[in-house]
Design a protein around this ligand. Structure first.
Ligand SMILES: [Fe+2]
Length: 200
């Protein structure tokens, strides 16, 4: 199992927060909780492992403030520590469609890094773990759980949109349909406080 223990993951997040404090840290904690709660209803996924992967999915923010280069920075950092499965999630979490053209906003790494990101993505077939973390990244703001639509707007306002964005949104919304079906429940019901907030 190439993910760190819960205690090590927590320390990695705290170390990264010291380097680059920001809303991405409470967002990551909420992604981790969403992943744990949904995995508890999922027939095959491990809740503790999904929590750890959620905590670490944005660890590349440690080199920030940054934009999409956090994907590659998180992958490289976690690979260097030997946590290959966590590195994979750092790589895949932004790619409901695994195509560089679906990234929103300008690339803030070097051109060579952009090429390398594409080379890393090309051979991947998305797994159920990849899909769960992609979903949960869309269910969490810094101050709590949110709908997919709220998060879509949050990202669009920070990153802008491009010609591929409607296709990406359809894929992201499709993730919820998939997990609703596999878990046999509207997954919003698995997130504490979510239903009450929507009806308030
Ligand atoms: Fe995230």
């Amino acid at each position: 199992m190439t993910v760190p223990s819960a205690a090590v993951a927590e320390q990695l997040l705290l170390d990264a927060e010291a380097l680059n404090p920001g809303a991405w840290v409470p967002h990551s904690r909420n992604v981790a909780l969403a992943a744990q709660y949904i995995a508890e209803r999922h027939p095959t996924l491990d809740p503790q492992r999904m929590h750890t992967l959620g905590l670490l999915h944005d660890l590349g923010r440690r080199t920030g403030p940054n934009k999409d280069r956090h994907i590659l920075d998180g992958y490289d950092f976690l690979m260097a520590l030997g946590y290959e499965d966590a590195a994979r999630i750092a790589l895949t979490h932004s790619f409901a469609i695994p195509d560089l053209d679906t990234l929103q906003g300008a690339w803030d790494g070097t051109p060579d890094e952009f090429v390398r990101l594409g080379q890393l993505l090309a051979p991947l077939t998305l797994s159920e773990e990849d899909r769960l973390l992609q979903l949960c990244d869309m269910l969490a703001l810094a101050d709590g759980f949110c709908t997919m639509q709220e998060r879509i707007l949050d990202v669009a306002l920070r990153y802008t949109v491009n010609d591929r964005t409607p296709e990406k949104w359809r894929a992201q919304l499709g993730l919820k349909t998939h997990f609703d079906g596999v878990c046999g429940v509207n997954i919003y019901r698995l997130l504490p406080g979510m239903v009450e907030r929507l009806l308030a």
